[in-house]
Design a protein around this ligand. Structure first.
Ligand code: THU
Length: 144
């Protein structure tokens, strides 16, 4: 399976799922042994990926979603239009609370978030609003 280069244009949903599966295999998770991959499209249809990257100083670990978001931002992207999270087993890997807030910064409430298994089977589909209702976001700062 081919792993897309960061920033490479990608159009099909399946490609996003494939990328999340592939990058999960690069996860560095020697402590939890829980591998996660994330893949997103930005507003220009570019594809970015991230995997969890743990650290011997445990709290310094980085989630897969955060890595993918940082890659998008580093390439100039500012809007997530589609997101896939790939965990292990048959239980959906839903984004942690911190990641929900990070996604909120660059996603609209109707952003689709698909959680898939290691073979790409879709386990759960939610919107950002489902996962983070009544969210605090950049507009709240503007309103103050
Ligand atoms: N993890 C993610 O990368 N994303 C999530 O949405 C949930 C949890 C990672 C963090 C840590 O490396 C491992 O999974 C176990 O918590």
């Amino acid at each position: 399976m081919r792993l897309d280069k960061p920033g490479e244009a990608a159009m099909s949903d399946d490609k996003l799922i494939d990328a999340a599966i592939a990058v999960r295999n690069n996860a560095y998770a020697p402590y939890s042994r829980f591998l996660v991959g994330a893949a997103l499209h930005d507003a220009d249809g570019r594809l970015f990926v991230g995997c969890n990257t743990e650290n011997a100083a445990y709290p310094q670990g980085i989630c897969a979603e955060g890595g993918a978001i940082s890659a998008m931002v580093a390439a100039g992207g500012r809007r997530i239009t589609d997101l896939v999270i790939c965990g292990g087993g048959d239980r959906a890997c839903a984004p942690c609370g911190g990641c929900r807030q990070k996604i909120r910064e660059f996603g609209t409430p109707d952003l689709r978030i698909r959680m898939v298994g290691p073979e790409g089977d879709i386990l759960l589909v939610r919107t950002l609003a489902d996962l983070l209702p009544d969210a605090f976001g950049p507009e709240d700062l503007d309103a103050a």
